[in-house]
Write a protein that binds this ligand. Structure first.
Ligand code: TZP
Ligand code: MG
Length: 253
């Protein structure tokens, strides 16, 4: 597994602290196509509970990557929560990406980090985590998306696609036309986010996203509840007509 997790050596030089010099080859459009539901587990919903069992339950459904988010949580508490998750999820085959905090991803030996526009740059996070880590980058406007294409992130996120109450400082919705435009501008892995729930995942993928990142649509108090919600989303994806129009749908609604 090309990951900073399980690395055997840490080398330092003037420019970089590289944990694993192999490229993070797992993050591709094909990776997301195999399972286009990307759950984000929020520490605020979990409270004291360990997310490890939920990650494992998601893995049994075929979920391949989850993100851990700790908005508003002090760094120490978020770091402990992520480390517990990594221990609990170990061996389950699900990649773990940490929201915002490259330092915590490094400490916990996670598979990568998802950066917002106000976080460390992709370049700096790469220096910290090494080439083996996956780095995702959020974009909310056409301009951010244009600039992000030069950032060498492994995947780009676009959103909010729909209204959401999950993100306090949420940017204006980009709607499905924003996803279509993002697909036109970016030919790498593209993750849509924001207000995606049952009934919406098909249109988001048809607009050109490779995956849908979801928070409230999978939020629950137990691994069983979280898995049940993810299962419902996955059922919708699997029922989706495979008509090949996914990436080529460029007409406006
Ligand atoms: N970035 C853009 S919208 C959003 C984030 C983190 C929140 C997504 O949460 P939900 O509950 O899936 O709408
Ligand atoms: Mg962020």
């Amino acid at each position: 597994m090309a990951s900073i997790r399980g690395s055997s050596s840490v080398s330092t030089d003037r420019d970089s602290l590289e944990i694993d010099r192999r490229a993070a080859s797992w993050c591709s459009r094909a990776f997301f196509a195999a399972c286009p539901v990307y759950p984000i587990l929020d520490a605020g919903v979990f409270g004291d509970r360990d997310p490890g069992p939920a990650i494992r339950a998601l893995g049994t459904l075929g979920i391949r990557v989850v993100q851990l988010r700790g908005k508003g949580l002090p760094g120490g508490a978020f770091s402990s929560w992520v480390s517990a998750a990594m221990r609990g999820a170990s061996g389950g085959g699900v990649r773990v990406v940490v929201n915002d905090r490259a330092d915590i991803a490094l400490l916990a030996r996670a598979d990568g980090v998802h950066l917002g526009q106000e976080d460390l740059s992709v370049r700096t996070a790469r220096r910290l985590l090494g080439r083996g880590a996956v780095i995702g980058l959020s974009t909310h406007t056409r301009e951010e998306l244009r600039l992000a294409r030069n950032e060498r992130a492994d995947y780009l996120a676009v959103g909010p696609v729909f209204e959401t109450s999950t993100k306090a400082d949420s940017a204006p919705v980009v709607s499905l036309s924003g996803v279509r435009e993002a697909r036109r501008l970016h030919d790498g892995p593209l993750v849509a986010i924001g207000g995606i729930r049952r009934g919406r995942i098909g249109p988001v993928l048809a607009a050109g996203a490779d995956a849908a990142a979801v928070i409230s649509a999978v939020a629950g108090v137990s691994p069983g509840e979280i898995a049940e919600k993810a299962r419902a989303l996955l059922a919708e994806v699997r029922l989706r007509p495979q008509d090949g129009s996914k990436a080529s749908s460029t007409t406006s609604h």
